[in-house]
Ligand binder design. Structure first.
Ligand SMILES: [Zn+2]
Length: 499
């Protein structure tokens, strides 16, 4: 008996040693590798002047509306005039077209017609100030205030910051005599915040009708996250490879209405509630797969301590890592199609049993899942054939996943390393929707990245209160776009950059 026990203990000991060695190897193999980057364009940028021009643009209330297609048209016109006034070289050298109502397409023709063109995107429109939150702003959200080293106001980050950083970068390149070898398109939608169906989508269709295929596309997207990801001591610049789909379903349950003095065993409310509770308790299956796996693979070597060991050895640690990730709603959203119960409605009199109960469920669909699969899951999880299920007509499938081994990804990655040398670059998944999804008909390489540094406390500023951008960061954003165009516009075959 004694000998047997010792044998088992010995085996266990051996196993522990083997696992420790494997973990060590996994962690060592994921050691950070130094990357050499070419020096960036060092031409100086007048921070006061560029901040002033961005602040001026915030004064135009280009708020888009889903129902009212003509909303704020005069404000868009003023914005257009302002752009023409302040970026004269750009307007003299690029072809400008108005598409739909107020969307803009600029074409900067390249010298080599055989070189595949690229597109930079940014939208002109903004979300409104949520009613009741005006007073929480420290400044007037439409005044374009410059204070404490920041440009404040609606649109500073989303998305006039991107749009004007692109304009500044191109104006500077033109002033320096820069001529692109390949054609560069600038795509500026006017209704991104309400679907992009009137702006970005018609522009994509217009380019398609002209036979254009794009080498790659860059739109707004993931950010340079500072101190947001646990275990990472450096900022993480995440380049979005894909975005989730959107699927809302409306549920209806009809039963016999009646007097509340003689209720049946199951009321419409009770029956609907039970089904919704079953649905919420049955999340769509998830896992560290696809883009999420690529992201952790890229970040793991840069992590410290236990986080690096855990993320470098997912073959063993996945269940543990996964349960940690699932605890936070924002990171859980990267692992699965999420289920959100958003509307429930029934009854209008305290002593009447309603004959109908209604609800809405909103799913954000992970690339790899489809709306059909979501509907099948929904029906099964509700487990009640009496509930009618209807799809919202505006649903959209998840985008395709863009590759990380493309010239476009390498160009963007190189430009990020040149302009944000302190950051780790990694691919990521966009959990919200952008105009770029309309461009997957023109290119397999569609990326989503905004060159903005944000800390955890800055994330609620998007679509929220006290939106602002640091002037120093705005200058970095201009450098980023300028560098990106330098890296990619001349070398039509893609940058010969480092990996
Ligand atoms: Zn946006």
């Amino acid at each position: 008996m004694r000998r047997g026990l010792l044998g088992v203990l010995g085996l266990v000991g051996l196993l522990v040693v083997a696992i420790a060695v494997a973990l060590g190897i996994g962690t060592w193999r994921s050691s950070p590798r130094p990357v050499a980057v070419a020096p960036a364009d060092a031409a100086s940028i007048d921070s006061e002047a560029v901040a002033g021009r961005l602040a001026g643009a915030i004064g135009f209330r280009t708020v888009s509306s889903l129902e009212d297609v003509a909303a704020n048209e005069a404000e868009f016109d003023k914005l257009h005039a302002y752009m023409a006034q302040h970026y004269p070289l750009l307007h003299a050298n690029l072809k400008r077209e108005v598409v739909g109502r107020k969307a803009l397409l600029y074409t900067w023709a390249g010298s080599d017609p055989a070189a595949k063109p690229i597109a930079l995107m940014a939208h002109q429109d903004m979300v409104p100030i949520a009613p009741g939150t005006e007073g929480a702003w420290g400044v007037d959200p439409f005044a374009g205030t410059i204070k404490d080293g920041f440009v404040w106001g609606r649109g500073a980050l989303d998305n006039k910051g991107n749009l004007f950083a692109q304009l500044e970068a191109i104006e500077m390149l033109l002033a320096g005599g820069f001529k692109p070898q390949r054609t560069i398109y600038l795509v500026m939608g006017d209704d991104e915040e309400v679907s992009g169906l009137r702006g970005a989508q018609p522009i994509a269709q217009l380019l398609q009708s002209r036979g254009v295929r794009l080498d790659w596309v860059l739109d707004e997207g993931l950010l340079v996250l500072d101190g947001v990801l646990p275990g990472l001591n450096r900022p993480a610049a995440l380049i979005g490879l894909a975005e989730k789909g959107y699927a809302t379903f409306f549920l209806t349950l009809d039963t016999a209405p009646g007097h509340s003095s003689m209720p049946p065993a199951r009321s419409a409310i009770g029956q609907m509630s039970a089904a919704l509770a079953r649905l919420e308790a049955t999340p769509m299956p998830g896992g560290i797969r696809g883009v999420a796996r690529e992201m952790f693979g890229a970040l793991a070597p840069e992590m410290s301590g236990i986080n690096r060991v855990m993320l470098s050895n997912l073959w063993l640690t996945e269940p543990l890592v996964r349960s940690q990730i699932e605890k936070s709603p924002s990171s859980n959203a990267m692992l699965r199609t999420t289920t959100a119960l958003t509307i429930v409605r029934a009854g209008n009199k305290d002593n009447v049993l309603p004959g109908r109960a209604e609800a809405a469920v909103n799913f954000r669909v992970l690339p790899g899942d489809s709306i059909d699969q979501v509907e099948a899951h929904l029906r099964k999880a509700l487990g009640d054939d009496a509930i009618q299920v209807k799809r919202y007509p505006g649903n959209s499938e998840p985008s395709p996943i863009s590759p990380t081994d493309s010239a476009g990804y390498r160009s963007i990655q190189e430009a990020v390393r040149q302009t944000f040398p302190d950051a780790v670059v990694a691919p990521g998944l966009m959990t919200a929707a952008t105009d770029s999804r309309h461009f997957s008909i023109l290119s397999d390489s569609v990326y989503r990245f905004s060159p903005f540094r944000v800390k955890a406390e800055d994330l609620p500023r998007f679509h929220g209160t006290n939106e602002r951008i640091a002037i120093s960061n705005y200058v970095e954003a201009i450098r980023f776009y300028r560098q990106l165009l330098r890296n990619s516009a001349q070398a039509a075959q893609g940058v010969q950059g480092t990996q």
